[in-house]
Write a protein that binds this ligand. Structure first.
Ligand SMILES: C[S@@+](CC[C@H](N)C(=O)[O-])C[C@H]1O[C@@H](n2cnc3c(N)ncnc32)[C@H](O)[C@@H]1O
Length: 196
């Protein structure tokens, strides 16, 4: 019952506020707390479909900023002239394709999630694979001082993955947004201040 209430609250809020998905409130909560999206910022959004993070980022960076969204699913529309999209599998994507839009990014976001099987270890392993792909892209394309915000399902490989991220960023912490269902294994890693 409680679970349904949580879902309904964010679902209807997103509808009312014209966002494409309830996931927007996870990014919004993190950004309101840690303020990593800035006017004129250049943002890469991995796993962007159906586009609520793109909508939020487009507003946050403003008309002089830029947002590139990538997803294996095709986006129906873009939320503004400062947004572009690429339909691609991030696991098979050459970063050079991304560089055709911008050489460097201020923020890399990843809300990528695997199709869940219900088998926790399988879902966790696939999720780590996606998060690591986002991390490798961030390591290559983020400017020094930049931010990575990436979703991952908790499990036994998470501490090792967090250590890898810590080698590339000065501050790394877990973030569990209110919009994330309490029983969900989902958690975000927020990595601030990319090292040179
Ligand atoms: C939870 S949804 C993202 C919601 C999005 N942040 C929003 O606010 O609208 C996860 C997305 O990750 C995408 N995805 C999963 N694996 C991917 C991959 N290997 N390459 C590209 N996109 C992927 C899925 O297609 C799905 O659209």
């Amino acid at each position: 019952m409680l679970r349904r209430k949580v879902k309904d609250y964010y679902f209807y809020k997103a509808k009312r506020e014209h966002y494409a998905a309830r996931s927007v409130y996870k990014l919004k909560e993190a950004n309101e707390k840690y303020k990593f999206l800035h006017r004129r910022g250049v943002v890469l959004d991995l796993g962007c479909f159906p586009g609520s993070w793109l909508q939020y980022c487009a507003e946050a960076v403003g008309p002089q900023g830029f947002v590139l969204g990538i997803d294996q699913q095709e986006l129906k529309s873009l939320p503004g002239p400062n947004v572009q999209s690429l339909q691609a599998d991030v696991l098979a994507l050459d970063p050079e394709e991304i560089k055709k839009t911008r050489d460097a990014f201020d923020v890399v976001l990843s809300d990528m999630a695997p199709q869940t099987s219900g088998v926790k270890i399988v879902d966790h392993t696939k999720s780590i694979e996606l998060a690591r792909a986002a991390f490798l892209i961030a390591r290559e394309l983020l400017r020094t001082g930049g931010t990575l915000f990436v979703k991952v399902f908790q499990g036994e490989d998470l501490p090792v993955f967090k250590k890898e991220v810590e080698q590339a960023f000065a501050q790394v912490r877990f973030f569990k947004p209110k919009g994330s269902r309490p029983e969900s294994k989902e958690v975000f890693i927020l990595a601030l201040n990319k090292r040179p």
